[in-house]
Structures are given as C-alpha cells and as structure tokens.
Design a protein around this ligand. Structure first.
Ligand code: PGA
Length: 243
C-alpha cells in the first residue's frame, strides 16, 4: 500500500490552496471527469474556484461533474439537496458551466436512479473529491460499508440525518440517500480527501492511522495508490506523523 500524500495548509488559505491545486489539474486536463461532494468542507473551495474562474484563471467548460451523493425525500428546491447546493455554490457561479450529472432522485425509482448514476461514474472518473464524515463516512457510505460497497440506495446514519436538517437546512429530516459506492470511488484515477477543523482531527487520525475497518469506511481509501489528503492545520493535529 502506498502511503497517502498529506498536504496540510493553514486554515486561512486552505480553500485557495485546494482550489489552486484543482485549477492546475483542470489546466492539465480540461476535459477532466470530476466527482464532487457537497458539505461545509468543500463549500469554501468551490467559492475560491468560482472566483478563479471569474478571473479567467481556470475554465471548467469542458469538464464533466458527477455528483457524489444525494438525499432521498427532499424537494428539488430544498436548500440541502446536494444537486441544488453544488449548483448554488459552484456551477451557477461559473462563466461557462461543465456538464453536470445529478442523481435522478425525483423519478420515483431510487434503485434505477442508483444504477443509472453508477453507469455514469463507471464511464470513468479522473479525480474524486471527498469530505470526511465525523463518523468516518465518505459520501453516504456510512459505517458498516465495506470496500466492495456498490453504488446504491442507503439508510442514513442518525448523525447524517441531523446534519442535513440542523446544519444544512433541509425542510425535513431525510432518512435515506443514494451514494456512489466505495468500490466505485476506489476506481477513480485519483482521490482527494478534504478535511478541515478540529472537529475532524480524531476521525482523520482514525482514517489514516487506525486499522482498516468498516467502522470507518474512509479507512478503505488507503487502498488507493493515488489518495491525497488535503487538511487544514486544525484537522491534522491528532496525526502522529508516524505513517
Ligand atoms: P461537512 O460534512 O463537510 O459538512 O463537515 C462532511 C460529511 O459529513 O460528509
């Protein structure tokens, strides 16, 4: 197993540093197929990336964006919807938007929607960005998810339900979702795990330095030879440095 690359940036310029790295990748490969998450961690990166695009420093027009996960049971207009949030925080702010593959959760057949979205991701992902759940989840691969987990309909962990309602402002508390599975994420050519804040320090240490296990699904990302962790200083404080 190759040790993941770890980049630790000061919190004050973490979003700009990550956005600049992303802009570099897009310059190398303007047609990149990106899997993108939503959440409070990537939001400032998207703001910085949109600012860079407005300055003409990066162009996503020829890229393709594949959404990582989506809630079931929220109205399309719900502010917590992952597709709405990604549009609001990034796609709608770009001078020229990339192709965007949302997850068809409004069509009444979640199993079919998961299969269709998996097929989109299976066409290839050059780079997958992920946030890290305080419970060790990536996407909605909640604890109990193994490395072979497929793209599927899932029940949300209690903490994820609360997060949607209390912090992300969902009108109601969603109980389920659709997520790209860990196996599909591991098939991406490259994975960047974004982690900020002291509240994520323990789970980041668990992810990188604890035993691999389905109590912390993010730990399976270490199987990937091109896993890169982009953390701020607060999130990195519990790492031993002994990796
Ligand atoms: P956050 O969520 O980026 O809003 O902290 C991460 C997650 O729970 O996946």
């Amino acid at each position: 197993m190759t040790a993941p690359r770890l980049d630790v940036f000061p919190a004050a310029d973490w979003p700009e540093r990550v956005a600049a790295e992303l802009a570099d990748r897009l310059r190398e490969r303007p047609t990149a197929r990106l899997c993108l998450p939503t959440g409070d961690t990537p939001a400032p990166v998207y703001a910085a990336l949109a600012d860079a695009a407005a300055r003409g420093a990066v162009d996503l027009a020829r890229a393709t964006v594949v959404l990582l996960d989506e809630y079931l049971g929220l109205e399309p207009s719900d502010p917590a919807r992952c597709d709405a949030r990604l549009r609001r925080e990034l796609l709608d702010r770009l001078p020229a938007a990339p192709a965007f593959h949302a997850i068809a959760v409004d069509d009444g057949d979640p199993v079919a929607a998961a299969a269709a979205h998996d097929a989109v991701a299976a066409a290839g992902l050059d780079l997958t960005l992920l946030g890290l759940g305080a419970n060790g989840h990536v996407g909605f691969n909640e604890p109990g998810s193994g490395p072979d987990a497929a793209t599927r309909v899932v029940a949300l962990a209690e903490t994820s339900r609360e997060l949607a309602h209390v912090r992300y402002g969902a009108a109601r508390t969603p109980t389920g979702g659709i997520t790209l599975g860990i196996a599909r994420l591991l098939a991406s050519a490259e994975i960047w795990l974004l982690v900020t804040g002291a509240g994520k320090a323990a789970v980041l240490a668990r992810t990188l330095e604890g035993p691999e296990g389905d109590d912390c699904p993010a730990s399976f990302l270490r199987r990937h030879s091109r896993l890169r962790v982009l953390a701020d200083e607060a999130a990195a404080t519990a790492l031993s440095g002994a990796r």
